[in-house]
Design a protein. Structure first.
Length: 276
């Protein structure tokens, strides 16, 4: 005889409340992200390109508003705590606006590949990553060009922006790889928790991204705007941008989001998925 569960003793109303307050199972979160990833992999070039271009432009507001907060904080010892809030602005716009940000793709598109590891899906992932990354970078370059325009920001704010951007320039390629790993993990964790936090998504984005800034981790897209801003001003060159920042940080973000977070999560739910 099958042993009775305590759930059998609950009233219909109690069961409804229990269901509403039960967390989403990991395997269901996995399936939700897989579904979203498969949709993204099949999107047309134009839709991906314009979405990624918009994301590159708007995520650059993270650099801008971090600089604005830094400017108003001056030499205060609380500057990192406050200015890091400004860093969340661009991510809020991009994530809530459902735009294509490269650092979200290492988990969103890798999950469909893990479930169906074929040459066709693999090249779809490479296609999407290439399009999104390229147009994210173009978007940050456009934003950096606008911020560098004489009439766009005040001379005082421009100084503050250079002070913020120099934090990216001072790191070596090895530093950027290792500082890119936690940023990749945090963004992947943000994507993973999204199905359970939809009712307070704004606060979740602010919370996760705030600690990327406060921890001084390296994000390849936002940092690209900072580096482009310095190149336009003549304080950096393309070699520094490409080999000191862009490639190492991109590698670090991918390692964090894909190799570490996504593979660990996949192995967490793999057995449950086989039972379904």
């Amino acid at each position: 005889m099958k042993e009775k569960s305590f759930i059998d003793e609950l009233s219909q109303e109690e069961r409804r409340i229990l269901k509403e307050n039960h967390p989403v199972p990991p395997q269901l979160i996995f399936k939700i992200i897989r579904s979203e990833g498969e949709e993204e992999l099949n999107r047309k070039f134009g839709a991906l390109a314009f979405s990624a271009l918009a994301a590159g432009i708007f995520v650059s507001f993270s650099f801008f508003f971090r600089s604005v907060f830094h400017f108003h904080m001056g030499d205060s010892q609380f500057d990192p705590l406050i200015s890091s809030l400004g860093y969340t602005v661009g991510f809020v716009i991009v994530i809530l606006g459902r735009m294509q940000l490269f650092t979200e793709n290492p988990i969103t598109t890798i999950i469909p590949l893990l479930c169906n590891f074929t040459t066709k899906v693999f090249f779809k992932v490479i296609r999407l990553w290439s399009i999104v990354f390229f147009f994210n970078i173009i978007g940050t370059a456009i934003a950096a060009g606008f911020f560098s325009f004489n009439y766009a920001v005040s001379p005082e704010l421009e100084i503050a922006m250079h002070e913020v951007a120099k934090n990216v320039m001072k790191l070596s390629p090895v530093n950027n790889i290792f500082r890119g790993i936690p940023a990749g993990i945090i963004i992947a964790a943000l994507v993973w928790t999204a199905p359970q936090t939809k009712n307070f998504r704004l606060l979740t984005i602010i919370f996760f991204v705030y600690f990327i800034a406060l921890g001084d981790f390296a994000h390849v897209v936002v940092g690209s705007c900072e580096m482009a801003f310095e190149i336009i001003d003549g304080d950096a060159d393309f070699f520094d941008y490409l080999f000191k920042f862009l490639i190492p940080t991109g590698i670090g973000n991918i390692i964090g989001g894909t190799v570490i977070f996504t593979l660990l999560i996949y192995n967490q739910v793999r057995e449950e998925l086989r039972k379904d």
